[in-house]
Structures are given as C-alpha cells and as structure tokens.
Design a protein around this ligand. Structure first.
Ligand code: GLP
Length: 318
C-alpha cells in the first residue's frame, strides 16, 4: 500500500483527480475496451469531481468510454431525495460530463428484491471485465464504502445495517437529525473492492486520522475495514497532513521519503497497463489463456521472456 501525503484538502483532491485522469488517458478506452471506474460519494471526493468536470469542459478528457459503478446507496431513500447517492452523483459529476447513462451503475436501494439487486450488481461488474480503478473514501470509523466495523473481509455486495457512528457522521447531510438518516444501505463488499485492479482512497481531515492509524500501522482487521488494503497489490491512500495526526512520525517520514526518493530517481510507482486478451465484443474464447494476476484471472496476458520487452514498450513511461 502507498500513502501519498499532500498539505491540504485542495492539493489532495488535485493529486487524486489528476491520477484518475492520467489513468484513463493512458488506458485510452474504446467502446470495446472501456475503462471501468468505481466511484464514491461523501464530502471528500467533491473536490475531485470538480476537477474531473473542469478537465472535461476544457476538452482534455472524455468519459464516453468509461463505465462507472458506485460503491453504495441508502435503502428506502427515494432516488430523487437530495441526499440519495443517485442525486449526489448526478449533481456533482454525471450531469456535467459525457458519461453515457447506460454506463452508469448505482445500486437501487428501492429495488423490490435487494438481495437480487446485489447479485446482479456483482454479475454486471464481472460482465464488463472487473473494475480497473476503484476510487473511494472512508468514514471516521475506517469504513470503506458502507463496510462498517465487523464486516467480513470476504464480503460482497449486500445489505448492510449502518453503525451508529456512521449515522451520526452522516446526519450532517440530513439537517443534523439522526432520525432522518437511513439505517440501512446497499454496499459493495470488501472482496468486491479487493478484486478491483487498483484502489485509490482519499481521506482528509483530523476526523479520519484514527482510522488511518489503525489501517496503516495496525494489522489487517475487520474492525477497521480500510486495513484490507494492506493485502491489495495496487492500493494507494491519498491524505492531507491533518489526516496523518495519529500516525507515528517515522511512518509519515517513511512514506514521504519513498515518494521523494522515487521521484528523485525518475521513478514513479505506476501500475502496468492491463493487457487484455479480450474485449466486450469478443469475450475470452481460448481455454488456455495464460494468467498473470490471481485477481482478474481472465484479463491478463502472461509475461514470458520472449514477449517481455515488446510488452514493456507499451507500459507507461516513468
Ligand atoms: C459515507 C459513504 C462512504 C464515504 C463516507 C465518507 O459513509 N458511504 O463511502 O467514504 O461517507 O464521507 P465523507 O467523505 O463525507 O467524510
């Protein structure tokens, strides 16, 4: 796991937004090979969405071939409610860019059969080849999506009862009235997030500092579900200085130094481009397709000494 530290919320948002933009551009999505992006709600990502919208309006990015999956949604809150995650996403992002409505996926917390809704969501993610980049936030109790403390680290998309801490934290969006906050939600599971090829978390402010300390300096633990990222091969948490308040000085120095040393040597940690063996219009046919990653088994080409150098040519230059 990487920890990227920036001075404040603005610079943290800018880092995250430009990381996402760079990933989409480098991926160069097409209708046959779309970029699949997981998305969060909450106050933390708003600055990121603002930059994504600005870049779109300036003609520097297109979301035409981007497929999105949101992390979570309240149960029994009408879609049209201003605090539903549907409303949030259209207000802050989807209404301002050229993402195709059919490419937007948000769990329906009013579906007649919620379990079926969750099963279908997982199936849809699989159908489009898995999530390439899951962008997320965290709650003050370290929850990721709505995977509250005690959630199974093997969980998938499901119904979840919200913890009192989350209801309290989210009451600020409901006129500080805890009784108005829905008590249940649909959420992707920890395993759903872990199967994304890459995970990028934004966490700013002192209210996230305890969760960060537990998730980074503590062990992998279902009471601080963010800690699952210790087991992810490509995960980064991007934070401001305030969010590091509970970390040890040596932890902060370590993560700052690895970024600095890497950049000083012209080396920026980047995920290799995914080399698909198939596209949406021609799904995998060959039973002997070789596997490079245990996470997205059907989507990667095996690297061999023979093909290595030519494949590396197509990796992003650092
Ligand atoms: C909610 C969402 C989470 C989000 C969290 C953080 O609980 N379910 O996905 O990460 O809020 O919210 P904020 O960014 O406002 O602190």
């Amino acid at each position: 796991m990487r920890l990227i530290i920036r001075p404040d919320h603005k610079t943290t948002s800018s880092y995250v937004a430009h990381y996402i933009l760079d990933r989409i551009r480098t991926f160069n999505p097409t209708p046959e090979n779309p970029f699949v992006l997981g998305l969060p709600t909450g106050s933390s990502p708003i600055g990121v969405y603002e930059i994504l919208v600005q870049e779109y309006k300036a003609g520097r990015i297109s979301f035409e071939n981007v497929i999105t999956f949101n992390m979570d949604e309240y149960i029994n809150l009408p879609k049209s409610h201003p605090e539903s995650y549907h409303s949030f996403m259209f207000r802050h992002f989807f209404s301002h860019v050229n993402v195709k409505p059919e490419n937007v996926h948000i769990l329906d917390g009013n579906a007649p059969d919620l379990d079926e809704e969750c099963t279908k969501y997982e199936a849809k993610i699989k159908e489009v080849g898995g999530i390439e980049l899951f962008f997320g936030g965290i709650g003050p109790d370290g929850h990721i999506a709505f995977n509250e403390p005690g959630s199974s680290l093997a969980s998938r998309t499901r119904v979840k009862t919200l913890a009192m801490d989350t209801i309290r934290a989210n009451s600020r969006f409901f006129g500080d009235d805890m009784s108005k906050v829905p008590q249940m939600a649909l959420t992707v599971g920890i395993q759903t997030i872990m199967e994304a090829r890459e995970v990028l978390i934004i966490a700013t402010g002192a209210s996230k500092s305890v969760a960060l300390q537990k998730a980074i300096e503590g062990g992998v633990n279902h009471m601080w579900t963010l800690s699952c990222l210790q087991m992810h091969p490509y995960a980064a948490i991007v934070v401001d200085e305030d969010a590091t308040l509970e970390l040890q000085v040596k932890t902060v120095k370590y993560f700052k130094s690895i970024e600095k040393v890497g950049l000083g040597r012209g080396f920026e940690q980047k995920i290799p481009l995914r080399l698909r063996t198939w596209s949406l219009t021609s799904p995998p046919q060959t039973p002997d397709a070789k596997i490079m990653s245990p996470l997205l088994e059907d989507s990667l080409v095996e690297l061999t000494p023979d093909n290595m150098s030519s494949r590396m040519d197509s990796w992003p230059k650092v």
